[in-house]
Design a protein around this ligand. Structure first.
Ligand SMILES: *Cc1c(COP(=O)(O)O)cnc(C)c1O
Length: 523
């Protein structure tokens, strides 16, 4: 594999990507010197390159990315599914791409109509009454949702004190609740991985503002008691928040609004097909029942006789939660995706997601230990328990999968499962791909018995080898090599690469490894 030099190491003084007539240029100015702690010793000036050198440099680097466009990416809970290219076409239409959020409503009727209709589609799919498209991620959707829960209770005279959250929850759930001023009370999950009414009832009182349930749960299970739990919480005046990040297991089959949800967020970048990973952008619309609608953030898209308009007129609203109206390009992608599939297609998406996960679960069951034996929904969770006698751990399996060209599943999450491997194939994958993945797992499990060292030192074929994950995260060596031949790279931390072997080829930037592969939390 090639070892890509830094931009500082290629090019040549005076080389340019563009040439401008010199008499058009403003007079040269002296740039202020960088502050000492920002300056890199040994580095003078900026790289000087032709356009072609820059294009080739970044194109080569882009080939090192692991993406859904190149390989199978079974990262549980993240839903790394295929994003039809037609979505990109729609998002890039000049009319979508060049509008500005400060234009008057009369000039952006098409965009407002799209937002209005998308809200209606999401309301129908979720069984809710009103929707905001503003939140920029699932986590922000949760924050907005719980903020509305608080506003609702305040309006009734008492914000209440706690939010009940099952032990299997996504980490963002307690974080959002705490940010809104609530104390979290953990509800244990049963041996079957589900939350049970008795455990909820034991913690339920008039201080409970809401229960926050991910359904299907992070174990890939449908919460069977959800209805009775919702009734019990409502009976005490509390509200039900459903984390619908994984709606691709429910669409067209079960509606959160019909099973007791008062508020729910949906991740467009998971279920409704917007490219994600690597940190964004996202879109986490929040759907509410009527009684929470007055608290929705502004602006709201309203339909009037004269056309669509944005309104800030909502006296009980929790206010603005970000600039403008959300990540509009993602709204276009989700809208295009839904129109492309239609109602029946969206139902088939769900059926395929569950079928694929169930197929893979059956294929892997003889090889690894299932965390839960109940039928799975869109993902299945295994553990490394059955490999205990070989000393091989989940991390080793995850690393070895990279050698077979597969992205690792989500590992060590959910936290309630020791050594978890959370596998979500998504509806986009073919049977051949699923079989190939199961085949790789079969080989890896055989290797664990024959040659465990091979796994403990994996990966062997990737650009960066096994990193010290903690150091790589806390003290990344984003190594650059000065132009002067023979000079050593220097950083505040010294020159040690985070990889174990220390050869120049192994001293790749930390970012060269798809970092979510083995980060012991869910991406
Ligand atoms: C992904 C996910 C979230 C958070 O969504 P972000 O867009 O990453 O903020 C919350 N809950 C669950 C269950 C998720 O899978």
């Amino acid at each position: 594999m090639h070892d890509e030099p830094l931009l500082f190491e290629i090019g040549s003084p005076g080389r340019r990507a563009v040439s401008l007539p010199s008499d058009d240029l403003p007079p040269e100015v002296e740039l202020p010197a960088l502050e000492a702690e920002l300056a890199r010793p040994g580095l003078e000036g900026l790289p000087e390159l032709s356009e072609l050198e820059v294009v080739r440099h970044f194109t080569r680097l882009s080939h090192w990315n692991f993406s859904i466009a190149s390989n199978f990416y079974p990262l549980g809970s993240c839903t790394m599914k295929y994003n039809p290219i037609v979505n990109e076409w729609a998002a890039r239409l000049a009319g979508h791409q060049t509008i500005h959020p400060l234009w008057p409503d009369v000039l952006v009727q098409g965009a407002l109509a799209l937002m209005f209709e998308l809200e209606q589609m999401l309301a129908e799919i979720s069984g809710m009454d009103a929707v905001t498209l503003t939140p920029a991620a699932g986590a922000q959707g949760e924050f907005v949702g719980i903020k509305m829960v608080r506003a609702y209770h305040e309006q009734n005279g008492n914000p209440r004190k706690t939010v009940l959250i099952p032990a299997s929850a996504h980490g963002t759930n307690p974080a959002s609740s705490v940010l809104c001023g609530y104390r979290c009370v953990e509800v244990p999950v049963g041996r079957d991985g589900c939350m049970h009414i008795a455990d909820v009832a034991a913690r339920l009182d008039e201080d409970v503002a809401a229960v926050m349930v991910t359904n299907p749960s992070t174990l890939g299970l449908f919460e069977r008691d959800i209805r009775v739990i919702a009734d019990a919480v409502h009976g005490k005046g509390g509200l039900v928040y459903i984390d619908g990040a994984n709606m691709n297991a429910l669409c067209g089959v079960s509606r959160p609004g019909d099973i007791g949800a008062d508020v729910l967020h949906i991740n467009l970048h998971k279920t409704f097909s917007t490219p994600h990973g690597g940190g964004g952008p996202g879109a986490g619309p929040v759907c509410v029942k009527k009684h929470l609608a007055p608290f929705l953030p502004v602006p709201r898209v309203l339909q009037a006789e004269t056309g669509y308009r944005l309104s800030e007129d909502a006296p009980l609203s929790i206010g603005r939660v970000r600039t403008f109206h959300g990540n509009f390009g993602m709204l276009v992608r989700a809208y295009t995706y839904m129109l492309g599939l239609g109602g029946d297609g969206i139902t088939r998406m769900t059926e395929r997601a569950v079928l694929n996960a169930s197929y893979l679960r059956k294929k892997l069951e003889p090889l690894l230990t299932l965390a839960q034996t109940a039928p799975c929904m869109h993902e299945c969770v295994f553990t490394d328990q059955g490999l205990a006698d070989t000393g091989v751990k989940t991390m080793d399996v995850a690393k070895r999968l990279l050698d077979f060209g597969f992205h690792a599943p989500t590992i060590y999450f959910p936290l309630v499962v020791q050594g978890a491997m959370m596998i979500e194939p998504t509806e986009s994958e073919s049977r051949e791909t699923l079989d190939a993945f199961a085949g790789a797992m079969e080989r890896i499990v055989a290797e664990a018995r024959k040659d465990p060292e091979l796994l403990r030192t994996a990966p062997h074929t990737t650009r960066a080898r096994r990193l010290d994950e903690t150091r790589a995260a806390r003290k990344p060596v984003l190594r650059w090599r000065p132009v002067a031949a023979g000079a050593e790279a220097s950083t505040a931390e010294g020159t040690a690469p985070t990889a174990g072997t220390g050869s120049a080829a192994d001293a790749a930037p930390v970012a060269a490894t798809p970092h979510s592969t083995t980060t012991p939390v869910e991406a």
